[in-house]
Every structure is written in C-alpha cells, then in structure tokens.
Design a protein. Structure first.
Length: 404
C-alpha cells in the first residue's frame, strides 16, 4: 500500500522540489578557454559534424530545412520558431544564428573558430539574445542567465509568468540593427519567448521587421502563436518544431547523461516529446515520482473524502507539481491499459493488478483522456481544483462511489 498520511492527518502525495541551478555563472568561468567551458556544459561539444549535430536533439527535418536555407542563400530576414518547451526551438534558434558568425562560412557553425567561440560565450558584438527578464535582475545576473540559456537551451530557467520583454531592450536592438555590424558581415538576434511582448514592444520590433537591413537575421521563438501580433507572425518565415520522438529522447539520455536503457526508455515514454521534461525526470527519484502518482490515483479511488479533497486543494496550488503528478498518473494508467490489452509482462506486479481491478478497459481509456485534457488545461490558466474534482468524480463513479 503506497498511500500515506502526514502526522497532522492530512493525506498528501509527497512533495519534492527539483534542485535547479541557482548560481549565476561566476565571472571567472567566462574567462575559461572554450574547451573547458564546453566540457562543463551539457550540450556544447565539438564534433566533426558541427554544432547542429551536437546540440539540437532530433528534429532532422527542421535542421535539414534550415541548412538548406543557408546553402541556397535564401535566408529570410525573420524566422519564427514555434514549438512546445523542450522540443528544441530555442536550441535551434541559437545554433542557426551562430552559423552567420562562424568564420568558416558553412551551413553549420564549426564550433572551433573565433566567431563560434564568441557566440558560445555570448560575447559577439553582432549576436544578440533577448530574453524576458525581471526588471529586478542586475546586469551581471542577466548575463549569467543568458549564458545558462546558451549552455543548456533545453533546461534553463523559464521566465516567470508575468515577465515581459522590456520595450527599451527592443528599441536598443532596433538601433543596433540600424547601425550595422562591428565585426563580421552579419547581424543576428534571437528573441526568446517572443510571445512575452506587450504591444508597445511588439510595435517597436515591427519597425525593424518591416525594414530589415541587408545581411541581418532575426529569429523569434515561442511555444505557440498565442500572444503574438499577427503583423509580426506574417513577417516571419514559420518553422514548426514537433514533439521529439521517444527514440531521440532515449538515445540522448543514454549517450549524454549515461542513463541505463530501461530508465531512459521509461523517461522518453513519459516526457511527451519534451526534452525539458525528460531532463527534469532524469534528475528525479523515479520511485518517488511513481509513488506519488500512485498515491494520487489511490486517493481518487479509495481515499477518505475530506482528506482527499484537502490533498487535491493543496496540489492544485502548485501547478508545476500538479502537472508532474498528473503526468505520473497517466503513465500508471497507460500501464493498466497495456495490462488489459495483454501487452507486456505484468507478472508479480501487484500495483498494476490492484489498479486494473478498479479500472476496466473503458474506464481507464476515459480516465487517460480526462487526464490529457487536464494537462492541457494546466498550460492555460484554468482553475485546476475544479478540474481535479471533475477527474475525481469520473474516477469514482464506476466504483460505485459519488463524491462531493
Ligand atoms: Zn566557426
């Protein structure tokens, strides 16, 4: 029995906060030679095949298309990379911009020349990265945060909900683009989370998009089109980043993080095509993660009503955490689905058998669909507790219990 109570008597599904890199990159770190900087980084590795191959995970079709644009010298002045977090739009935007500052002039940055060195350290005067920073951050903290994005484009800290691109930053970029270049032939800018622009900032950007200087490229990234002015979207070449394949995620977890095959396959299945989620799961205690999700389902099915309600209320207060528990619950239920369909070996799996006794094939299918829609809601600003209660009702009804 995995269910548990705290000493205060409140049912809980456990709580674990991920350790994230809080420290801003120390100045001395920036002065290190490139190779040593790279060896500390997760992604920047010099490889014979170039940086696209070393940094961007999967997305072979998108990468081919981007390389073709460079090879055929048909690079548009503005591109919009749209993909859910962790699909690689940020990594690809940074890599694509770096091609224009590589001194070898190929369709992929070499990773070894002076230009590549400078862009890897975010130290090139013609290469800008715009990120929606909180106005409270000091300049060196902003630089540290930008380096974190460059170093780990799949796992950097995401901007807060209410943070937007300051209009001053966009105006400064406008001036830089009008001025021309300092070192090379090209001027590039990567505007991350471009959906986080207020109309004033978006209109300032629009001016540069309307009259782009020659040999300039702007790459905007966004998780979706919500929050982007249609006039901005219409001036950019659209590049869609689909969810990553399970194979691509599993392969990278094994090769770069040296995870066992079983564990990487499990994470790849559970991370819904997002390498950001896969990275988070890779640093989690999997037993703890699965245990919490099991306790959640257990409480929905058999938990005492008042305590389950209190626990759901608490969980709904932390969206990120709620998302993880829902994700874990979905993984359990998919196993139950496989159990009913006779796929896979579940001998000796009392945990699955117990869940399968409560969820028949139809019930489990409906519940998985319900959780999927809840997870979708989690991204939009919908009241999660209401969603949880609706899920709770659906889970209990076939077991003959009615709640609330
Ligand atoms: Zn280079």
């Amino acid at each position: 029995m995995l269910g548990t109570s705290t000493p205060s008597g409140t049912l809980c599904f456990g709580r674990r906060t991920l350790t994230r890199k809080e420290d801003v990159q120390a100045d001395s770190e920036l002065e290190k030679p490139l190779e040593s900087f790279r060896s500390n980084g997760f992604f920047f590795k010099v490889g014979a095949k170039g940086l696209f191959a070393g940094t961007v995970i999967g997305q072979a079709r998108v990468v081919r298309r981007l390389k073709r644009l460079v090879e055929r010298q048909r690079v548009p002045h503005a591109l919009l990379f749209v993909g859910a977090e962790g699909t690689g739009s940020v990594a690809a935007a940074l890599e694509f911009a770096r091609i224009f500052h590589c001194e070898r002039g190929q369709s992929d940055a070499c990773g070894a020349c002076r230009g590549c060195h400078k862009t890897a350290l975010f130290n090139h005067p013609d290469f800008s990265i715009l990120f929606p920073f909180s106005s409270r951050l000091k300049e060196e903290e902003e630089r540290g945060a930008l380096l974190e994005v460059v170093e780990n484009p799949y796992g950097y800290r995401l901007p807060g909900e209410s943070v937007t691109h300051p209009v001053d930053q966009i105006r400064a970029l406008q001036k830089q683009f009008a001025y021309g270049t300092y070192e090379g032939a090209w001027r590039t800018a990567v505007i991350l989370h471009a959906n986080k622009m207020r109309p004033e900032a978006a209109n300032a950007l629009l001016k540069t998009l309307e009259e782009p200087p020659d040999q300039s490229v702007m790459i905007l990234t966004a998780p979706n089109l919500e929050g982007l002015l249609p006039t901005i979207v219409s001036r950019c070449q659209f590049v869609k980043f689909p969810a990553l394949s399970k194979q691509d995620i599993s392969k990278v977890l094994q090769e770069r993080m040296e995870l066992e095959e079983d564990r990487s396959d499990w994470i790849a299945r559970a991370s819904s095509g997002s390498f950001r989620k896969a990275l988070e799961m890779a640093t989690m205690d999997v037993d703890d993660f699965q245990g919490r999700a099991y306790r959640f389902l257990d409480a929905l099915l058999w938990g005492e009503e008042a305590r389950t309600y209190a626990a759901l209320e608490q969980l709904a207060g932390d969206r990120e955490d709620a998302f993880r528990v829902l994700q874990g619950a979905e993984i359990w239920l998919r196993e139950v689905l496989f159990y009913h369909q006779g796929m896979g070996d579940f001998s000796g799996r009392e945990d699955i058998e117990r869940l399968a006794s409560a969820f028949d094939l139809e019930h489990v299918t409906k519940t998985v669909a319900k959780i999927e829609s809840l997870r979708e809601m989690n991204f939009r600003n919908v009241n999660l507790l209401t969603g949880f209660i609706s899920l709770w009702r659906q889970v209990r009804r076939p077991v003959g219990q009615v709640v609330v």
